[in-house]
Design a protein around this ligand. Structure first.
Ligand code: DGL
Length: 271
């Protein structure tokens, strides 16, 4: 067996990406790190997100990971270049699927739901500048939504009230396509769709990042040839709490272990 595919997110959101990778590459062994002690990244400073993401990337590389999949839009927005500079394994990142959403939209009005951190990043500004292609892109920050999902509010009144709040400006703007720009959101996709109404198309990035992971491994001649793969989850938070919600969104129990992940305090100073 070769080394695992390292996957990283601030919490359980990246499991929406792990699910796609598992489906496309069932022979791979996935080693997933959830930085639950520091979730949500969306409300943290860029320096903090960089420091945590680099610590996780280094740890996964030290475990023999052949590739790092940053299954978090916020961490990718803040730290992708830094990771590529500091790690020796290939790094695949993720960004809101603005380009396919613009291509799919019929009325030229596209909404993006994401964390505050993602929407304020330079990467996101570049993405919109490069791919809006004359369409109007309405960015909708959703502070607190990832936390609700982490806490298991997957389909209750608390979640529905928050959904209605975030959907209102998008409906007002008349968008016909909405990007799920955070890996937590696919787990409440139906609830988001219900809040937006039946005529709005929803676009997410999980399948594309799985295909990119496959491509990078194939081109490096590193694809696991066969056999049954696996998924192992480590959290910097409480394994029992994380395991309970992870089992609900995955549909079966998943073993979760604790991981201590120490980060360099001021990543901007060591750059
Ligand atoms: N899952 C994450 C993302 O894709 C971040 C959620 C958070 O920690 O705020 O942006």
């Amino acid at each position: 067996m070769s080394g695992p595919v390292g996957i990283f997110d601030s919490g359980i959101g990246g499991l929406s990406v792990a699910r796609e990778i598992r489906q496309l590459l069932p022979a791979e062994h996935l080693l997933y790190v959830a930085d639950s002690a520091f979730v949500p990244y969306g409300d943290r400073t860029v320096d903090e997100v960089r420091a945590r993401t680099l610590a996780a990337g280094r740890w996964l590389q030290a475990q023999g990971a052949r590739i790092l999949v940053v299954a978090c839009n916020t961490a990718s927005g803040a730290a992708l270049e830094l990771l590529r500079e500091r790690l020796s394994i290939p790094v695949v990142g993720l960004e809101p699927a603005v380009k396919p959403a613009v291509a799919a939209s019929r009325n030229g009005r596209v909404g993006v739901m994401a964390t505050v951190g993602t929407l304020r990043s330079e990467r996101y500004a570049r993405l919109v500048a490069n791919y809006a292609n004359g369409s109007q892109v309405i960015s909708q920050p959703c502070p607190g939504l990832a936390d609700l999902i982490e806490d298991g509010h997957l389909d209750d009144e608390v979640l529905h009230a928050r959904m209605a709040e975030y959907a209102a400006p998008l409906k007002e703007a008349g968008v016909d396509t909405v990007v799920l720009g955070c890996t937590h959101y696919p787990f409440v996709r139906e609830q988001i769709a219900a809040a937006l109404g039946p005529d709005v198309r929803i676009v997410e990035s999980g399948p594309a990042i799985a295909r990119q992971t496959e491509r990078v491994l194939r081109e490096a001649g590193e694809l696991e040839p066969g056999g049954a793969g696996s998924l192992r989850i480590l959290t910097t938070g409480d394994p029992a709490e994380v395991g309970a919600v992870a089992a609900r969104i995955w549909g079966e129990p998943l073993p979760v272990q604790h991981l201590d992940l120490v980060h360099e305090p001021a990543i901007s100073e060591v750059r």
